[in-house]
Write a protein that binds this ligand. Sequence first.
Ligand code: SF4
Length: 346
Amino acid sequence: MPGTTAEPVGPAVPGARVFAGVGPELFAAIRELRPRRVVLQVPAGLTRNAHELASRIRTEAEVAVVLANRACFGACDFPSGDEAPRADLAVVLGHAPIPNVALARSTYFVEMREPGGDPRRIARMVRDAGLPRRLGLVASVQHLELLVPLQTALAEMGFEPRVGSGDRRLAYPGQALGCNYTGAEAIASGVEAFLFVGTGQFHPIGLAFAVDRPVHAIDPLRNVLEAPIDREGLVARRHLLVAAAHDARRWGILVSTFAGQNRLPTALALQERARSRGREAEILVFDRLDPRDLEGRALDAYVNTACPRIALDDAPSYPKPMLTPPEFLAALGERPLEPYRFDTYH
Ligand code: SF4
């Protein structure tokens, strides 16, 4: 229910509290903490509502509020201490905490849980579409509450639905995170296909990269069951990119300074691997990557250690090949490209 607490079942996150939606419980918790100033961060899709939300928090919780102007894409890039130095509480909308990412200050995650969706109707659609009996279930944070009733409804129709638990980057069993599908990977060998519950293509595509099983997706509010993702096509395009980067001599290794995207040790290890193979490799540090920042550089190709989805989803925005770390090692000849390995951010 919007406004009620939705504590993560994963490891506790020091400094974090979790709320299902914007409502009285959130306002009461802010008042109780008595912060001097709140920094509010909303995801790109909610920018239009940001000012109204800031105003509600200001009025209902009786506190000064500043708005983080930078759109965020995940709980990995919450406002840093430098971005809002005088705020002692961050309110982050639309994301669950990432348990193994340390927070810069007290942070309230408002997950914007969506109570809609009819599990029995979804189960009937799944049955009528002929999806396999042994089915793995994954959901976006907004629709996680559907997983248990959907599991029950599917089981009553003769399915064997399973929900997996992932590593310490995931707060909940069955949770989809764009850089980590370890919950699905944990059960992949025991299922014939996956069903993603949520909206859009972002998670179905990530899931298809991560597990070598057909990935179906259902929008539980519109009751639309999508055709399975073309994993073969996705992976084939990555093969082409790796081939294009195969002879690159000068590599740029991209490192983000965002708290939950910073893999500097990985970048340094990749730099070593490149040098041992006779390649040049420069580490480039940034917070949020803008394609224009890479214009005019005397580099032949890039390997991205920040959000894995930059390389996988935004490749057309970059004029030079941009690989994930496993793809980079394949381009160097250090590992095979198949079976394809998703760049899981642990
Ligand atoms: S690293 Fe990328 S996919 Fe992972 S939480 Fe951050 S924005 Fe999302």
